[in-house]
Design a protein around this ligand. Structure first.
Ligand code: ASP
Length: 322
């Protein structure tokens, strides 16, 4: 049997519902710790609680700490499962995906319904994740997210529903595998998986901004006034912005503040197609960097890590566009 470590960080998967008020909250003892017998069928299990945090409280510093612990512990195990709140699960999973170079399976999971709620997916998702972590085919695929019988890459998965148990989806490419009662089935090969290792995080301020109809330069100027280290903009469509934002964007670029462009569309890539004022061609020409296929929140994680390596425009551009 494989040796699998489960690292708990908090989230609904570690919470319980108050039957009188319906409130879901943290508990003194992790409710899943008493279900080891269901996990031991699939692997030798050890468990550690590193944090007990609702995931809105998770910061990049926690992600780095978690990644360092995994780097330190992975030699002793065949795979690691991380349990995490679902709200920022995709950011932690992607941070780990960039920072970890191990070929062993690292699985991140969570739950939409706490352990004592009717139809809870907490124990079920944990068992599925242990099964995937113990599967030979889960190796060498980067960090994976296992929820609701599906296996997703950390790079493309995103939380799509506030409350549905089928919330985690990879809108562009779909899951890379499924979990059935009998087996773990992978049906995609990972072709491009790159890492960006990180040892420490400076306190870089990277802002995430969503574009909207009628946007002008005021909000960009307000962001510039706090002197950020970088800005990620969820642009319109293929990567366009309202023309009125352009002068302020140019000013930031002139001050060497990197601006990374993603799309607010949840599928497709940004690309410099349109030549009109504010169109992608113009944005590219003035030095906006296009981040292909990443959501805003993931491009922000990548920029935080990238800024630890370089502030050089060409190097940053290569990291996001190649
Ligand atoms: N608000 C919760 C959290 O992210 C949601 C969950 O875990 O599903 O911690």
């Amino acid at each position: 049997m494989k040796n699998i470590l489960i690292i708990h960080t908090g989230g609904t998967i570690s919470m319980l519902e108050d039957k009188d008020t319906g409130e879901v909250n943290t508990t003194k003892k992790h409710p899943l710790l008493s279900f080891k017998e269901f996990l031991q069928i699939h692997a030798n299990i050890e468990e550690q609680i590193v944090f007990d945090l609702p995931s809105p409280q998770i910061t990049p510093i926690h992600m780095l700490q978690l990644g360092k612990s995994i780097n330190h512990l992975i030699e002793k195990y065949d795979g690691i499962v991380v349990t995490h709140g679902t709200d920022t699960l995709e950011e932690t999973a992607y941070f780990l995906d960039l920072m970890l170079t191990t070929k062993k399976p690292i699985i991140v999971t969570g739950a939409m319904r706490s352990s004592n709620e009717i139809g809870s997916d907490a124990l079920y998702n944990l068992i599925s994740s242990v099964r995937v972590a113990a599967d030979e085919n889960a190796k060498n695929k980067g960090v994976l997210v296992v929820m609701n019988d599906e296996i997703h890459t950390a790079e493309y998965v995103t939380k799509t529903s506030t409350s549905n148990v089928a919330t985690f989806q990879s809108p562009q490419y779909g899951p890379i595998g499924i979990v059935t009662k009998e087996s773990i089935i992978f049906n995609h090969t990972i072709i491009n998986h790159s890492t960006l290792t990180v040892e420490a995080l400076s306190n870089h301020q990277v802002i995430l901004l969503k574009a909207f109809a009628g946007m002008d330069q005021t909000i960009i100027q307000a962001i510039h006034s706090i002197n950020p280290d970088g800005v990620v903009i969820e642009a319109l469509g293929q990567g366009n912005l309202p023309d009125k934002t352009i002068p302020a964007i140019k000013q930031m670029i002139e001050k060497h503040i990197p601006i990374i462009l993603v799309s607010r569309c949840y599928r497709g890539n940004v690309q410099p197609t349109y030549g009109y004022n504010g169109g992608g061609k113009q944005l590219k020409k003035i030095g906006v960097i296009f981040a292909n296929g990443l959501t805003g929140q993931k491009a922000r994680i990548k920029l935080l890590i990238a800024l630890e390596k370089t502030k050089d425009f060409n190097e940053l551009q290569a990291m996001f566009e190649n």
